[in-house]
Design a protein around this ligand. Structure first.
Ligand SMILES: [Fe+2]
Ligand SMILES: [Fe+2]
Length: 171
């Protein structure tokens, strides 16, 4: 067994091999390193552009965390409920990772929790729209970031949210 660690969220994974994607934040395999080689994708000094984008990212992630949790609790379909339980946890992890960069506590907010409707299909379509929006946003944020580590951090999030587009597209 080996101890691996994620460079995006900082979580630890113990196993014989690297996971295909981070069980906590969804980062792809290439963001996992052995614990003794680990360093978080982090920059001590942040540009104003990056600070602004991190704040926007935090709103987006908290909003989606709460929306997905609400869908999960509302749905009577075990697959839909499970998928959004998982997605909510991943987005919560993203919010926490963003807060580490901003050096703040993750805010305890309910924004977005009232957005789930009674239809699984309508909720899933809205989730898919949000994920497409997130991919677009993280692509821009990555290209705007002057800090190499933050550029990479936003890129990792863009890849993860792209996986979510595929997931929420499946019928
Ligand atoms: Fe991770
Ligand atoms: Fe996310």
């Amino acid at each position: 067994m080996k101890v691996y660690r994620c460079r995006v969220c900082g979580e630890v994974y113990i196993g014989t091999e690297k996971p295909v994607s981070c069980p906590f934040c969804g980062a792809h395999e290439n963001y996992f390193v052995l614990a003794k080689e680990w360093k978080l994708l982090h920059s001590e000094v942040l540009s104003d552009a990056t600070k602004q984008n991190l704040k926007k990212a935090l709103d987006l992630e908290i909003n989606n965390t709460n929306f997905y949790k609400a869908i999960s609790e509302k749905s009577n379909d075990i697959y839909v409920s499970s998928m959004f339980k998982g997605l909510s946890k991943v987005e919560r992890e993203h919010a926490s990772a963003i807060c580490k960069h901003l050096k703040i506590q993750r805010p305890d907010s309910n924004i977005g929790s009232d957005k789930a409707v009674d239809s699984d299909q309508a909720n899933t379509e809205e989730a898919n729209r949000r994920e497409r929006n997130a991919v677009k946003f993280y692509g821009q944020a990555s290209s705007q970031a002057p800090e190499e580590e933050i550029k990479e951090f936003f890129k990792a999030l863009m890849q993860i949210e792209s996986d979510h587009i595929v997931l929420t597209n499946q019928k």
